[in-house]
Write a protein that binds this ligand. Sequence first.
Ligand SMILES: Cc1cc2nc3c(=O)[nH]c(=O)nc-3n(C[C@H](O)[C@H](O)[C@H](O)COP(=O)(O)OP(=O)(O)OC[C@H]3O[C@@H](n4cnc5c(N)ncnc54)[C@H](O)[C@@H]3O)c2cc1C
Length: 192
Amino acid sequence: MIVGGGNSAGQAATWLADNGHQVTIVIRGDDLAASMSRYLIDRINRQPGIQVLSRSAIRQVDGAGRLERVVVEHLITSRRHTLAASALFVLIGAEPHTQWLAGSVELDSHGFVVTGPELSGPVRHRPAWEKLSQDPYLLETSLPGVFAAGDVRSGSVKRVASAVGEGSIAVRFVSEHLVRSGGLVAAGPTSG
Ligand SMILES: Cc1cc2nc3c(=O)[nH]c(=O)nc-3n(C[C@H](O)[C@H](O)[C@H](O)COP(=O)(O)OP(=O)(O)OC[C@H]3O[C@@H](n4cnc5c(N)ncnc54)[C@H](O)[C@@H]3O)c2cc1C
């Protein structure tokens, strides 16, 4: 059983079903179209091993020593029914583990690290920035020389390729920051 209607849920459902498991997707909305890519919806529709329970929510889980049953409620009729299930995957989004950064670097309202042009207010007038002669780099946080790349960054694309790309760009910005702050002598172009 999978809770959630996003692409992660769709990928998990099709992978499990393609490997011979009966899969139930539970979503609160009317259908998957609002939150899942078309190609995954098409794969789910073609896969007889997947059923989608829309306008539904899980109310109870039960079992002796391990999961055996899940109680699902239809949100319109309030009718509940019990389904056999040996595993439950909750794929309803992610929260960044950035509590330890609060107060050190700027976070958005969801806890993602704000960088570059998205930083609020006149960053250049903050004490840490006053002796530097330029705005923060694209991936630089509100603290000079501290960079964020990948999923943890506010507004990031949440894809492997973009996380890797941002990581490599951040390395370049680290070098430029060291030059900017006098920690490194600028070198000429390298072949690497
Ligand atoms: C179910 C699912 C399916 C996905 N499918 C796809 C897909 O098909 N294609 C795609 O491109 N992307 C997919 N993604 C998204 C992709 O996984 C992420 O965009 C990518 O992994 C982001 O990389 P990252 O390095 O920014 O973060 P992560 O891969 O999350 O790496 C962060 C690392 O930091 C570690 N960490 C956290 N806190 C600390 C700390 N305080 N100290 C030290 N280490 C710490 C974590 O343990 C983790 O290892 C999927 C994600 C999920 C959850």
